[in-house]
Design a protein around this ligand. Structure first.
Ligand code: UD1
Length: 359
């Protein structure tokens, strides 16, 4: 069987980035391989439905595990799939373990790789995502860049300039395409939320894996809940430690299960402020004009700080920064980062078509 393009997705944010690329490349012979890194209905299937993504052609069912166990299972499953399908190009998204494993397998068996969201750098090698990004970019024949500074990062790492294509941000394509569907009133009613609330998401290993750190974080989240209702859809990664630390032992904390894409962004759109350690949410709040406090020492997405509503905060700064954000007038929206215009999927598909003709 000969396939032209294999898109590899595995984790929730991959789906948001892949949807506009797959739609724009509909004229090409393409298949979607889901690694199964995320597998709960609320972490995966609901995104396929919300985003109108085609059912994956195959789901490798890799599931969870330590980095070695998960990556090893990804390598074995993906190699089998790539050898069977012999695609001309493998397209990978973002910075999760599925991204890096797919790039590594493809490069080893001589299949060209395209990386969507190349060149982002936190310069923090304690993040598994930073390791994944660096390796994936070194192995990629086409590097699709969402933000201008990423071009410089790739150049500094010796990536030849003719591999690098500044195309804008496909995650924002998805956001803009669904703007009419984000019904804040409906999201409020569904979860019994007041008019004014802060929305939080926390899932980074550095914030939620260690019980002591999770407990300290919960203390600060309760401090925010003293100021305004706090809504927190809990990623499965942090659920056990955050709940053990008493996350819902506060009358104004609303702990929710993970939400689907449409419902989640509707809730974000209606929030007075967002408190997060997610990557994608820093970008989405930049476009929605919702103040974003990112509980991390660094970001691979600095354009959300220079152009958007994002600000990095330490644990100790969480409550004072939330107080300030809540006291301020609603953000009037910053500058839109260049090429975050809803056309990135189309640009990526154009580059792929051109590359195929030249190959
Ligand atoms: C992964 C990505 C991270 C991304 C996040 C988005 C890596 C290294 N990390 O983190 O960059 O921001 O996805 O969500 O790839 N689990 C479930 N159900 C699921 C999936 C996971 O219960 O459907 C639980 C399991 O206990 C698992 C844990 O979450 O052990 C972590 O899952 P994993 O895929 O390893 O990493 P994430 O923390 O989700």
């Amino acid at each position: 069987m000969i396939t032209s393009i294999v898109h590899v997705v595995g984790a929730r944010p991959n789906l948001v980035k892949a949807a506009p690329v797959i739609a724009a490349a509909a004229d090409l012979d393409q298949v979607v391989v889901h690694t199964g890194q995320h597998y709960d209905e609320r972490m995966s299937e609901v995104f396929f439905r919300d985003l109108g993504l085609p059912e994956p052609d195959v789901n490798l069912g890799v599931g969870s595990g330590g980095h070695a166990e998960q990556t090893a299972a990804l390598l074995v499953g993906l190699e089998r799939e790539f050898l069977a399908r012999s695609p001309e190009l493998v397209v990978v998204y973002g910075d999760v373990n599925s991204t890096m494993a797919a790039a590594l397998v493809a490069a080893k068996i001589g299949i060209p790789v395209a990386h969507v969201e190349a060149g982002l750098r936190s310069f923090d090698m304690t993040m598994p995502e930073e390791v994944n990004r660096r390796l994936t970019d070194q192995l990629s024949d086409l590097c699709f860049v969402t933000s201008p500074e990423a071009v410089g990062h790739l150049a500094n790492e010796g990536v030849p300039v003719d591999r690098v294509h500044f195309v804008g941000n496909p995650m924002i394509d998805t956001l803009l395409a669904n703007m009419d569907a984000f019904d804040t009133g409906k999201a409020r009613a569904a979860h019994g939320l007041p008019d004014r609330y802060v929305l939080a998401t926390m899932h980074r290993p550095a914030n939620v894996d260690r019980p002591e750190t999770a407990a300290a974080l919960v203390g600060h989240l309760h401090g925010v809940a003293d100021l305004a209702d706090l809504v927190i859809p809990v990623h499965p990664r942090g659920r056990a430690t955050l709940m053990a630390a008493g996350l819902d032992d506060h009358p104004r904390v609303h702990v929710l299960d993970p939400l689907g894409y449409i419902e989640f962004i509707a809730a974000v759109r209606g929030a007075a402020a967002v408190l997060t350690d997610s990557g994608g949410l820093q970008e989405e709040t930049t476009i929605l004009g919702v103040p974003c406090l990112t509980v991390r020492p660094n970001t691979e997405r600095p354009i959300t700080v220079t152009h958007g509503t994002n600000r990095l905060v330490t644990f100790e700064e969480v409550v004072p920064a939330a107080r300030k954000a809540l006291a301020a007038a609603p953000a009037s929206g910053g500058r839109t980062p260049p090429l975050w215009d809803g056309k990135s999927g189309a640009r990526i598909a154009d580059v792929i078509r051109h590359w195929k003709r030249a190959a």
